[in-house]
Design a protein around this ligand. Structure first.
Ligand code: NDP
Length: 511
């Protein structure tokens, strides 16, 4: 394999005005540790930034704290208008944002044009529309009554992974802001750039300064923010390991969390499935974004009768995947996000071979560079193999065989993860039966990895806590306040006589 060092250009191609975006403007603090944003295609340094110092973190917190109070007082419909304007600006700038995301992540432009900023815009539009509908309810207790208020939490922290940088930022910001919160967002240090664009766009759309701040940095910056007393909620997209650390740090301060974590999802193909559709689902769920998608269906269970036809078509299509320059719209597979990540994926592939899985795909010629990995399909995978148990997060599919429906459900569920699952069958009764039995936050029937903004998305078991998108996200960015309204002095339980408010029995009646 040819290799390269990172290459420095006189003017980095994607250099932002400064590292952080705080209080409606770009800010720099050169004393923070250097962050290099590298194009994984060729090692070119496309931007040089600095991680936030504690002083910068305090600036972000101070400005978000001030701004949130004003923002929460705005009419929800007005908050929604700002988000919808931002969605329009994002769509108008989609190509520019997609090019930036392709340079920063290595994902093919054919994907970033439709799945990254575009999905972020959909989400802003969705929560922009929902903002005006936020409401509590009232409950009748005879003459007295209770009403509830959906109130914002305060300053929320968003921490992003590197695989869908602007999408993750928008998926967190949109519901948070719609509900009247402010958000401080820390992107992954591997892909620091597009969250800054989102901040710019929101500001252009009329978001008041400080309501959405971006601070750069590695895990230590995330940790400092997650434990800061001014932070009211933490939403993280990342690995289970980081999720466990961040959730316990946040919970130590009794802060609610949303955790979007990893997976090892099952995609189950029955004998009666449409072969072409099932192969498309499996390709989408294993090779899109070079396999760097949390919800990927990386354990493909094939019922014995469809196995040969499915594998023949799968291998044909995988071999036809064009590997190369992600800026070429014909490219189907770009590099992984970094050389370090490529090495992790390669180690999983080597281990699968040692453990006895059969590598069914031929060796492919790869472009020069350290971050490339060929697409791999392993057959003869057993449930106990590392490949069937751990998240690889690369273009590597594990194919397993099954005969019986009951057996495949229990094998699909025999994992610590529970992010997603897919079923391909023409038998819809069976499909709905399995949808109920599979332990997963999302189940796709005759489709895979589709995530419209109106659909709640998130994991069960170790794949996460809480939901993003859909109306469900509102519960995770608001708190419910009950207001008891007494219409008279006070009536005891027996309804007989008025008692003074100070009567201690009132407390007994509350428990
Ligand atoms: P990581 O868990 O390594 O990092 C996630 C984010 O957390 C990064 O911004 C990271 O900073 C930050 N971080 C790391 N340590 C801490 C800490 N102690 N306190 C606060 N923040 C911290 O994940 P990756 O970025 O490598 O992303 C890949 C993982 O994300 C995969 O497991 C994938 O499944 C999961 N994922 C889940 C999704 C979902 O919706 N369920 C969607 C996409 C990805 P830095 O990287 O800068 O060090």
């Amino acid at each position: 394999m040819q290799s390269y060092q990172t290459r420095e250009m006189a003017t980095p191609l994607c250099q932002p005005a400064a590292s952080h975006f705080i209080d409606g403007t770009f800010m720099e603090d050169n004393t923070g540790p250097e962050i290099l944003s590298v194009n994984p295609v060729n090692g070119e340094i496309i931007a040089k930034l600095h991680g936030a110092t504690s002083a910068m973190i305090e600036k972000a917190i101070g400005s978000a704290n001030r701004a949130q109070k004003e923002w929460a007082r705005k009419e929800p419909a007005e908050r929604g208008r700002v988000l919808r304007r931002a969605a329009e600006i994002m769509r108008a700038r989609n190509r520019e944002l997609s090019v930036l995301e392709t340079h920063d992540t290595g994902k093919p432009i054919s994907e970033t044009l439709v799945a990254d900023a575009a999905s972020g815009a959909d989400c802003l539009e969705y929560f922009g529309a929902i903002a005006a509908t936020l409401a509590g309810h009232s409950i009748d207790f005879g003459e007295d009554w209770v009403y509830t208020r959906r109130e914002p939490l305060g300053v929320c922290l968003g921490i992003g992974a590197w695989n869908y940088p602007i999408q993750i930022a928008a998926w967190k910001a949109a519901p948070a802001l719609a509900c009247g919160n402010a958000m401080i967002f820390k992107p992954s240090e591997v892909t620091p750039l597009s969250a800054l664009k989102l901040a710019e766009i929101l500001t252009e759309a009329g978001l008041p300064p400080g309501v959405f701040n971006v601070v750069q940095g590695a895990g230590d910056v995330g940790a400092e923010l997650a434990t800061h007393p001014a932070i009211a909620k933490v939403s993280l997209t990342g690995s289970v390991k980081t999720g466990a650390t961040v959730a316990s740090a946040a919970m130590a301060g009794i802060r609610p969390v949303t955790m979007e974590l990893g997976g090892k999802s099952a995609l189950i193909v029955f004998d009666d499935a449409d072969v072409e559709a099932a192969v498309s689902g499996a390709i989408l769920g294993n090779f899109y974004s070079a396999g760097q998608i949390c919800s990927n269906g990386t354990r493909v269970f094939l019922q014995r009768g469809i196995r040969e036809a499915f594998l023949a078509r799968l291998l044909e299509r995988v071999e036809a995947l064009k590997i190369g320059d992600p800026m070429d719209e014909e490219t189907g597979l770009g590099p992984l996000v970094s050389a370090a990540h490529r090495n992790r994926v390669a180690a999983y592939v080597a281990r699968a071979e040692v453990e006895g899985a059969y590598k069914a795909t031929p060796r492919r010629k790869l472009p020069p560079g350290d971050a490339w990995h060929e697409p791999v399909v392993f057959t003869n995978v057993a449930d106990w193999m590392t490949l069937a148990q751990e998240e690889v997060f690369g273009p590597v599919m594990a194919v397993l065989d099954f005969d019986d429906e009951k057996d495949v459900v229990s094998r699909a569920n025999a994992t610590e993860f529970g992010l997603a699952a897919g079923i391909f069958t023409r038998d819809l009764v069976r499909a709905h039966r399995l949808a109920a039995e599979l332990e997963a936050g999302t189940v796709w029937i005759n489709a895979y990895n589709l995530t419209p903004a109106g659909m709640a998305f998130g994991g069960i078991k170790r794949s996460g806590i809480g939901r993003e998108n859909g109306r469900a996200a509102i519960d995770h960015y608001t708190q419910l306040k009950s207001v008891f309204v007494s219409m008279q002095t006070y009536h005891g339980k027996d309804g007989r006589s008025s008692k003074p408010q100070t009567d201690p029995t009132i407390f007994h009646e509350c428990v």
